[in-house]
Design a protein. Structure first.
Length: 207
């Protein structure tokens, strides 16, 4: 049986929108106010893991459709990059959605949706495991599509005859409906005190 390393090199993979919506439900956050470098460092520190790298993934609104949030994410991601965080961004894909108003009138609105974020995370988790770049993959997400990645990591560990752990971290409180992490991973629930200690006070909206 492979020996558990005394120093556990940790790579962090963050689904930015999944983390935001979990924090919104758990703690009432109205926008992505987390400092991901601080939050990843805090969670790793509490587990006794050695943070090696952070990779952040998010869809970004198109400037012509939503200039304020496009500017917010452009500025926030640039700040992450200056801290050495690997950033992966993709423009949202839009489609028309028709809804009926209470008075019976139909209203059409444009709705943006992320495409390919979970696939990119899965590719990177597996790729970095093959390269032996981490001992722990810490995924900030509750996306069950990533549960197959956990099974693949265990297969890679057997092939390489080494110890690898995969964990999922997510905000959680009494108001959280989904209290489950990604299946086949270790679950790390982030409480309010931990999250609040890692809030980014900077306003990234364009002036």
């Amino acid at each position: 049986m492979p020996r558990e390393p005394s120093v556990k090199r940790t790579a962090v993979f963050v689904d930015g929108q999944n983390l935001f919506h979990a924090a919104k439900e758990a703690f009432g956050c109205h926008y992505p106010n987390y400092n991901i470098y601080a939050l990843a460092s805090k969670v790793c520190g509490l587990q006794g893991w050695c943070l090696q790298q952070i990779r952040f993934y998010t869809g970004v609104p198109v400037a012509a459709v939503d200039p304020v949030w496009h500017g917010f994410w452009t500025n926030k991601l640039a700040a992450m990059g200056r801290k050495g965080i690997h950033v992966f961004r993709r423009p949202l894909k839009y489609r028309n959605r028709c809804q009926k108003c209470p008075h019976g009138h139909a209203v059409t609105s444009m709705v943006g949706k992320e495409k390919g974020i979970d696939v990119r995370i899965a590719i990177d988790v597996i790729r970095l495991a093959h390269r032996r770049e981490y001992d722990v993959a810490l995924v900030f997400s509750q996306d069950q599509d990533l549960s197959e990645v956990a099974n693949e990591i265990r297969e890679i560990a057997r092939e390489q005859n080494r110890w690898i752990k995969i964990a999922s971290a997510f905000p959680c409180s009494e108001t959280t409906r989904n209290k489950r992490g990604i299946n086949s991973t270790d679950w790390i629930r982030i409480d309010r005190a931990t999250y609040d200690a890692c809030i980014d006070p900077k306003d990234y909206r364009p002036q």
